[in-house]
Design a protein around this ligand. Structure first.
Ligand code: PEP
Ligand code: MG
Length: 594
């Protein structure tokens, strides 16, 4: 077969060679076959065997997840189990086989179709959410009936490269790095939570490939280059040799970076910034420590709520927050309150489907309405703050009135637990994410109310430029170096400093090679990035001098185009850290960007 190259967006670094595993492609329709009367009993038995096999599979996955995740993600599979045990559904299939005398696969698929149709007509969000359980279970039963194997992302037996039209952040959370060596999807963006999760799991990934899932079959050999953003199907011998060389060179470079691990993030002339890590769950802690992160600048707490059908209680959250705070003490840990909605959902929460979920009932908007859920989390955060290294941060603050409402609830919760005599850090730092343009405009007022700002560029860019962060069609417009973005960031940092509060950044831009010298020059105090890229960021910062970064920042503030800003940043890095620029330049940029 001839080599074929696909270009997409580099979502998670690293280069791997592997065999494709096509995941979650719609099931082909099963055709009907008549069953002789004498075989009806055997056909029903075959259906029952498939149900038993599916049940076993689900129980195994649940067990495996419970051992591995150590948290209650397993409840999702309880809902799946209810589907295989549904008496009405089973009776309908049995009756169908008896009456129509058709094969079990066909009858089963027809019954499932009727079920899904009925579910689709129900308005209730929770019921609608159950649809994905039914579809997933149906796929498993069909595979067991037809004998074709369908592995599961949580329980793959061989090393594979997962190829899919799209993956949700919760699909990705189930992946094991030992089995899923890389993944590639048709859809997605660099700052989608699926891409962020891949970086956190250290799985090389490319997204926004257009139609790769249609071109690849399970078992095809391919290369996933998550650094450059290319996937090479049927790689030639020459390509494989090149990949091997690149892997060796990468390893050598990583070993060099290792040496920086215990050094502070400091410029050549001794100017120090904080270089912290973004984490998704306590399981990411070893990676923070091994990559030399100075604490956590963003703990995304939503992952507690994914892959389950109930809600985490106060105790469960407290235990997790406390573990993170204790492990990293005395370094600080910024816990961000719940940011569900957008591309992250929990089936117990009845967040209704929306046309614009990223602009909808999300994050703090959800928490202000569901104060029961919000206060449970705030209590857990306060209880975990005893060692005084915990800070709290609120996402998606859009203005002054909203912030005041949030702070009122924060004070109320503090008073409640104070009255109960529960120990906590009375002067815990409180910060907000600046990720909505209106918050930049109002930064002067907001800064008076909080102890720090953390710029969430993943959202700030999408809202400023009106570019959906997960839409691959317009990914070329999603550019951190757009002059409007740079000027907004400057405004946030200047305003924060005028009010004597520190300003960090926890969006992916803080780890973007071309952006780092500019951010440093603009005066950013804290960079919080995915643990895997901490060494690169540190290397770059330690190759720069503060005056040249400041000069660059001042220069680009007057520029009108992203191209000019990019060229100026490249010029500086090509002098100070050429190896990092090389990796950056190998990256395929979405067509039309500039
Ligand atoms: C951001 O928007 O930049 C951010 C860090 O938050 P999230 O990616 O979770 O929306
Ligand atoms: Mg955000």
């Amino acid at each position: 077969m001839k080599e074929k190259v696909f270009s997409g967006i580099a979502a998670s670094p690293g280069i791997v060679v592997g065999q494709a595993y096509l995941f979650d492609v719609e099931e082909a329709a099963v055709s009907p076959h008549p069953i002789p009367e004498k075989s009806v009993g055997a056909e029903i038995a075959r259906f029952e065997d498939a149900l038993i096999a599916t049940r076993k599979e689900l129980i195994n996955i649940r067990q495996e997840l419970a051992d591995r995740a150590g948290r209650k993600v397993t409840d999702l599979f309880d809902a799946h189990l209810l589907v295989v045990e549904d008496r009405t559904l089973i009776a309908e299939v049995v009756k169908g086989i008896e009456e129509k005398r058709l094969n079990a696969e066909y009858v089963f698929q027809s019954v499932i179709k009727e079920y899904t149709k009925a579910f689709l007509q129900v308005e209730d969000g929770y019921i609608k959410e159950r649809l994905s359980d039914i579809r997933d279970v149906a796929r498993r039963v069909l595979h067991n009936l037809t004998g074709s194997k369908r592995a599961d992302l949580a329980s793959l037996e061989e090393e594979v490269v997962v190829i899919a039209p799209d993956l949700s952040p919760s699909d990705t959370a189930l992946m094991h790095r030992e089995k899923v060596v890389g993944f590639a999807t048709d859809a997605g963006g660099k700052t989608s939570h699926t891409a962020i999760m891949a970086r956190s799991l250290e799985i090389p990934a490319v997204v926004a490939l257009g139609n790769i899932s249609a071109a690849v079959s399970t078992g095809d050999p391919l290369v996933v280059d998550g650094t450059s953003g290319q996937v090479i199907l049927f790689p030639s011998r020459a390509t494989l040799a090149r990949v091997k060389r690149e892997q060796t060179e990468l390893l050598r470079f990583e070993t060099q970076l290792e040496e920086l691990k215990d050094r502070p993030a400091e410029t050549r002339d001794g100017f120090r910034v904080t270089l912290a890590a973004n984490i998704e769950m306590p399981e990411d802690l070893p990676s923070v420590v091994s990559h030399g992160g100075e604490g956590v600048g963003l703990y995304r707490t939503e992952y507690f709520y994914l892959n389950r059908v109930d809600l985490p209680d106060e105790e469960e959250q407290y235990q997790a927050y406390r573990k993170v705070a204790k492990t990293l003490h005395p370094a600080s840990v910024i816990i961000r309150t719940l940011d569900l909605g957008g591309d992250k959902f929990n089936s117990a929460l009845e967040i209704p489907p929306e046309f614009n979920p990223f602009m909808g009932w999300r994050a703090i908007r959800f928490c202000l309405e569901r104060q029961d859920i919000f206060k449970t989390q705030l209590r857990a955060i306060l209880r975990a703050s005893r060692e005084k290294n915990v800070k709290v941060m609120f996402p998606m603050i859009s203005g002054y009135g909203e912030l005041k409402r949030v702070l009122r609830i924060w004070e109320e919760t503090k008073n409640e637990i104070r009255r109960q005599g529960v120990p906590f850090h009375q002067d815990m730092e409180v910060g907000i994410m600046i990720e909505i343009p209106s918050a930049v405009v109002m930064a002067d007022e907001l800064a008076r109310e909080v102890d720090f700002f953390s710029i969430g560029t993943n959202d700030l860019i999408q809202y400023t430029l009106a570019v959906d962060r997960v839409n691959e069609k317009i990914a070329y417009l999603y550019d951190p170096l757009n002059p409007a973005v740079i000027r907004l960031i400057d405004q946030v940092i200047t305003t924060g400093h005028r009010h004597n509060i520190w300003v960090g950044m926890c969006g992916e831009m803080a780890g973007d090679i071309l952006s780092i010298p500019i951010l440093l020059g603009l005066g950013l105090d804290e960079f919080s990035v995915s643990p895997v890229i901490i060494p690169e960021v540190k290397k770059l910062i330690s190759s720069l001098r503060l005056p040249e970064a400041r000069e660059l920042a001042q220069e680009v503030l007057s520029y009108r185009s992203a191209d000019d800003i990019r060229a100026a940043a490249k010029k500086v890095i090509s002098r100070t850290a050429p190896r990092l620029l090389k990796a950056e330049q190998s990256r395929v940029r979405p067509a039309g960007s500039g």
